[in-house]
Design a protein. Structure first.
Length: 615
């Protein structure tokens, strides 16, 4: 691997000037949009009518809708009970995450699933909100909150208008146009611009009227222009976030559906993006039906994933490599692995990126065994410190050196203006892959530790197609001649999914993992120390308690240091004698993945290995 190249983000204070320019631009854009809203200049459309209904393909929860009818709001992990017909807008929200969900109208799809009563309540809440908050406000009218509010209102407009008076219907329809104009007028980074143009196009595509038609054409043209830059040829987003790709796919499917209802042709660039995003969603979905949680994703629920790809029935199996977005899949009879095999996004695209190079997620049949902590910038409502912690190296299933992170979150004035970009992260990831009938072999290395410690981390993985075992080796060696420059402590972390029961065997090294299914898996290794530590895993914006398996050791100066591990199924009738097969007992000194694939398959003895009968 060549020496690490100097990057602008690595230079202290280099982003201060861009941040100052961006702050002035954002302030100017906000004042223009806010002034137009105050003066009513956004209300230029007349004789608007709703002629088609956008359809949100995300599943709604009628049970939550019934709670809302009873005046009970559950958003962002917090609850507010205002009683039937109560007003949540004049109450203090229990958390910032709750307030964000409330003003995003995240409750609207669930409430509207309750028929006419839900539609009447949703209309009442919208009119009450409009009376209090239809004025410039940095929180309520921020781009992130406005984007989802506009989408939810557009998809619920038909049912709300069905129970509204003519005056109330006009207020709602004109509000869609006003908010769409306001949203695209805000100065925001390119990472979210494609989402906001999509939502604005959805909001105006179902309206009939000269002003709405002109806006729709403008938004569609903007989408077609930027889509090739945002959606890569293999369907991944430039931000490298699988969940962001899924959310964009669902929004684009809504846009495609509303254009079809109007008898209009979807621009080719948008149709191509839908096809590519669908293929990428299948690629990122493991055998438990959930997405992998990389770079601002929590592993979406299977129902949402199925809805997004239900039009792809009969499609070919996903490939094993997505070269443009930078991920690999390793597939065994039961075990499936997704590996982050590229540097994180840079610059304005990195506001959700994580400093977790070579992180993995592992599913064994219906069970997600190892994952990353995951996080969702839209739903978590965490403070800046909490959000940063979820993006650092220790929150990923990868190696950490010296108790530090392989990258940091931009803070201070620059971070406030430019967003929480990831800086000082890995810039180069090299790799090689080989497959045959014996299994699949993958070796990857990155330079995320080169600047701080002068070290390269290499991760080697092999799935044995015959025994259904995942074998791995993490190797640390010096970047320059002379070997490792100084001793550094390492910790190789494997975050168990919250649904997995984790216990350590009597030998103090073997770890037993059991998911919701009845099948168990042994995690064996030759590390100096094996520990189980508490961890948190974010799902649906909430932190769930979990456990992480941590392999600790010391990288001694001089020669490379390696730690080997493997994940194997539990025998149906395990013997009682607990024996852990270590590197010494195997008697192989060569690196695990320095061998050809057939040789690597035989590194562990093929005779039955005695297993402990329990922790």
């Amino acid at each position: 691997m060549p020496s690490r190249r100097l990057h602008l983000d690595d230079v202290p204070g280099a982003l201060l000037a861009p941040a100052l320019a961006s702050a002035l631009q954002k302030r100017w854009a906000f004042e223009l949009s806010a002034g137009a809203l105050r003066a009513g200049r956004l209300d230029r459309s007349r004789a608007l009518a709703l002629v088609a209904t956008p359809r949100d393909f995300r599943p709604a929860d009628a049970t939550l809708g019934k709670n809302l009818l009873a005046g009970r709001f559950l958003l962002g992990g917090a609850t507010l009970d205002v009683g039937p017909g109560g007003d949540p807008w004049d109450r203090i929200s229990p958390s910032r995450g709750f307030a964000a969900g409330l003003h995003r109208f995240d409750w609207a799809p669930n409430l509207l699933s309750c028929g006419e009563a839900g539609a009447r309540e949703a209309l009442r809440l919208f009119l009450d909100w409009r009376r209090l908050f239809y004025r410039p406000n940095h929180f309520v009218w921020s781009a992130d909150i406005l984007e989802r509010r506009l989408f939810n209102l557009a998809c619920g407009a038909r049912r709300m208008i069905g129970v509204a008076s003519d005056a109330e219907a006009a207020v709602l329809i004109n509000g869609l146009v006003h908010q769409a104009r306001y949203l695209v007028g805000l100065s925001e980074g390119p990472a979210r611009q494609v989402h906001r143009l999509t939502v604005a196009a959805v909001a105006t595509a179902g309206l009939n009227g000269r002003g709405a038609e002109a806006l729709k054409a403008r938004f569609l043209a903007g989408l077609a222009k930027i889509m090739p830059e945002v959606v890569l040829p293999d369907g991944g987003l430039k931000t490298r976030s699988p969940q962001a790709g899924l959310e964009l796919l669902l929004d684009l499917q809504t846009l495609d559906d509303i254009l079809l209802q109007r008898g209009l042709e979807t621009p080719q660039a948008i149709s191509r993006a839908i096809d590519r995003l669908g293929a990428a969603t299948r690629f990122f979905t493991l055998s438990d039906g959930r997405l992998a949680g990389f770079h601002g994703g929590e592993g979406s629920e299977p129902q949402k994933v199925r809805v997004a790809v239900n039009q792809e029935d009969g499609a070919a199996p996903p490939p094993h490599h997505a070269p443009h977005v930078g991920y690999h899949r390793l597939i065994g009879p039961v075990i499936q692995v997704l590996i982050d095999a590229a540097p994180p996004a840079e610059g304005p695209w990195s506001v959700t990126a994580c400093a977790q190079p070579l992180a993995i997620e592992v599913a064994c049949g219906p069970d997600r065994i190892f994952s990353n902590s995951g996080w969702s910038p839209e739903a978590m409502g965490l403070d800046a410190a909490g959000a940063a912690a979820a993006r650092y190296t220790a929150a990923g299933s990868t190696a950490e050196l010296g108790g530090r992170s392989a990258g940091r979150i931009l803070g201070g004035f620059a971070g406030k203006v430019l967003g929480p970009r990831l800086i000082g992260a890995a810039r180069t990831v090299d790799g090689a892959r080989n497959e045959n009938e014996a299994g699949a072999w993958l070796a990857l290395s990155h330079d995320g530790w080169a600047r701080r410690f002068g070290l390269i981390h290499e991760r080697r993985l092999f799935i044995d197609a015959r025994s259904d075992e995942l074998r791995g080796e993490d190797v640390f060696f010096g970047l320059y001649e002379g070997g490792v420059p100084r001793a550094v402590a390492f910790a190789v972390r494997f975050h168990a999914h919250p649904d997995v029961q984790v216990s350590i065997a009597r030998d103090g090294r073997s770890v037993l993992l059991r998911g919701a299914s009845t099948r168990g898996w042994w995690f064996r290794n030759d590390a100096g120390t094996v520990e189980l530590e508490p961890a948190a895993c974010f799902r649906d914006g909430l932190a769930r308690r979990s456990v992480q398996v941590v392999l600790r050791g010391l990288i001694a100066s001089g020669a490379p240091t390696r730690v080997r591990w493997k994940l194997t199924p539990v025998d149906p009738t395990p013997p009682k004698a607990p024996v852990l097969r270590t590197r010494a007992s195997v008697g192989v000194e060569a690196p695990l993945m320095a061998q050809p694939v057939d040789a690597a398959a035989d590194l562990y003895a093929r005779e039955p290995t005695p297993r402990p009968d329990g922790p």
